[in-house]
Design a protein around this ligand. Structure first.
Ligand code: NAD
Ligand code: UGA
Length: 468
């Protein structure tokens, strides 16, 4: 019969483990939730008395304030967390492999494996082990082999897949009201019981009809499939944005018209300077690798094109900037507004802004960056990684980090919108214009500005997906 879960441990206090398990704690006051991580600084930040949490996410602080110290705990004592729990989420990072077999495509499962080995080594009672991380299809099989080969007498491990679908910037509302919760298990009695135990946890706030239970491999693959199809919509609309720019059509009008078809739907059709974030590219490359390993080269090529279109979109936008500024930006001063990969997050992983700034620096322009949430140290780290052979001193000679949008725009030749922060719409554009060299250029990579208004002020405006 299903066990009633009373103690949960989550391994990995990152963007997923932190918010996900904090919401479980809030919604399930009868369950004790401990989130563990090896990174002391991260755990300290989660525990900080003034709630200076390690990630910025709207609504997160209220959730943590609501239950930290009551039934939500953060700790570096991984072993104790594992030992006490009846259900363990594995929510560690699964980045793209940087070297070895499958480098540049396959997921690096080293962190998942060490967490699994740790569970096997310290568990003294039976556990339900849940893959929360995004993993290649059939990873649960490897986890089971490791757990079973190392388990003590009387300990049994049931493995579930429960991928996370939250998006950064809206994590808390996504977790409060998910479109669906997906749980995959082996279709044995034990597997189904474990699945029912986890479903019971979610049923504290998620309507039953939104809790989908499926086979393990379907669950694992559904996560990669969902991200691949979401990213594919963006690459499709971005591909069309290039046609718009060349013909005078307007991508907002095209996307709106297309999205009115109820079979297509209006969401996720915003053309942009390119998608970023820690997952889309990584998960598609993972799917490409999986397809190739399964001897399905046509399938691999199909998905690979989604990432290639995204690279093209970023390069195309950089080129538009250079071309418009009379074919050279050497020695020119540009402001880049936004550095996060999307609004309402301080996360810069795979942000299109990094690629743009890199391209501008390679053209030897001077760049001033402003983002309301990204830490200064993060920007330097990202630029150093994007330009590994350029000394940081040299980068710093060409890059300034500003503390306001207005300040960043002062005396520039061009302004580039890289992230759709709401505050960029509300900038006093007349003042910006008055303080710029003329002709004054604005490049809107996010379609957020009032183009007619800017043109009336005197700006030359280039918007993604508009040929005018
Ligand atoms: P993250 O890097 O923010 O967090 C992972 C954490 O795990 C780190 O703090 C790291 O120190 C810790 N860790 C690694 N190995 C450990 C170990 N053996 N023991 C204890 N702690 C360990 O990553 P994230 O963004 O939270 O992503 C985690 C997983 O969730 C990934 O597989 C990702 O693909 C998936 N995912 C992410 C998102 C998102 O929006 N970021 C959404 C859905 C799914
Ligand atoms: C995405 C998915 O939306 C989540 O469901 C998934 O759980 C998550 O990846 C993950 O697995 O990590 P996230 O990357 O946080 O979430 O944010 P999105 O809102 O999906 O945006 C991703 C990128 O696409 C951003 O750079 C965004 O600006 C861009 N985007 C999004 C567009 O360019 N156009 C759109 O219409 C939508």
């Amino acid at each position: 019969a299903p066990v009633k879960v009373t103690k949960i441990c989550c391994i990995g206090a990152g963007y997923v483990g932190g918010p996900t398990c904090a919401v479980i704690a809030l919604k399930c006051p009868h369950i004790q939730v401990t989130i563990v991580d090896l990174n002391q600084a991260r755990v300290d930040a989660w525990n900080s008395p003034d709630f200076q949490l390690p990630i910025y996410e709207p609504g997160l602080e209220d959730v943590v304030r609501g239950c930290r110290g009551r039934n939500l705990f953060f700790s570096t004592d991984v072993d104790k967390g594992i030992r006490e729990a009846d259900l363990i989420f594995v929510s560690v990072n699964t980045p793209t492999k940087k070297s070895g077999v499958g480098a540049g495509f396959a997921a690096d499962l080293n962190y998942v494996e060490s967490a699994t080995r740790r569970i096997a080594a310290v568990a003294t009672s039976s556990k339900i082990v849940v893959e929360k991380s995004t993993v290649p299809c059939r990873t649960a099989e490897s986890m089971r082999t490791i757990l079973e080969a190392n388990s003590k007498a009387g300990c049994r491990f049931d493995i579930l897949s429960n991928p996370e679908f939250l998006a950064e910037g809206t994590a808390i509302s996504d977790l409060f009201a998910p479109d669906r919760v997906l749980i995959g298990s082996l279709q044995t009695q034990e597997g189904k019981d474990a699945c029912a135990s986890l479903a019971e946890v979610y049923a504290n706030w998620v309507p039953r009809e939104r809790i989908l239970t499926v086979g393990l491999w379907s669950s694992e693959l559904s996560k990669l499939a969902a991200n691949a199809m979401l990213a594919q919509r963006i690459s499709s609309v971005n591909a069309l944005s290039a046609i718009c720019e060349a013909t005078g059509a307007n991508i907002e009008e095209v996307a709106n018209a297309v999205g009115y078809d109820s079979r297509i739907g209006p969401k996720f059709l915003r053309a942009s300077v390119g998608f970023g974030g820690s997952c889309f590219q990584k998960d598609i490359l993972n799917l490409v690798y999986l397809s190739e390993s399964l001897h399905l080269p046509q399938v691999a090529a199909y998905w690979r094109q989604v990432v290639e279109m995204n690279e093209y979109q970023k390069a195309r936008f950089s080129k538009t900037v250079v071309d418009t500024l009379f074919n050279t930006i050497t020695g020119k001063h540009l402001a880049v507004l936004g550095f996060a990969f999307k609004a309402d997050t301080g996360d810069t992983r795979e942000s299109a802004a990094i690629t743009l700034v890199r391209d501008f620096l390679l053209e030897r322009a001077y760049v001033t960056i402003y983002d309301p949430k990204v830490e200064e140290a993060q920007i330097w780290q990202d630029l150093q990684e994007a330009l590994p052979t350029t000394p940081l001193e040299t980068i710093k000679k060409h890059v300034t980090i500003s503390h306001s949008a207005l300040d960043a725009c002062k005396q520039k030749e061009a302004i580039v919108i890289a992230t759709e922060w709401k505050e960029f719409k509300e900038i006093d554009w007349q003042t910006v214009y008055d303080q710029m060299s003329k002709p004054a250029f604005v490049f809107d990579g996010r379609m957020i500005l009032d183009v007619e208004k800017l043109k009336t002020i005197g700006f030359t405006v280039k918007v993604i997906g508009r040929g005018d």
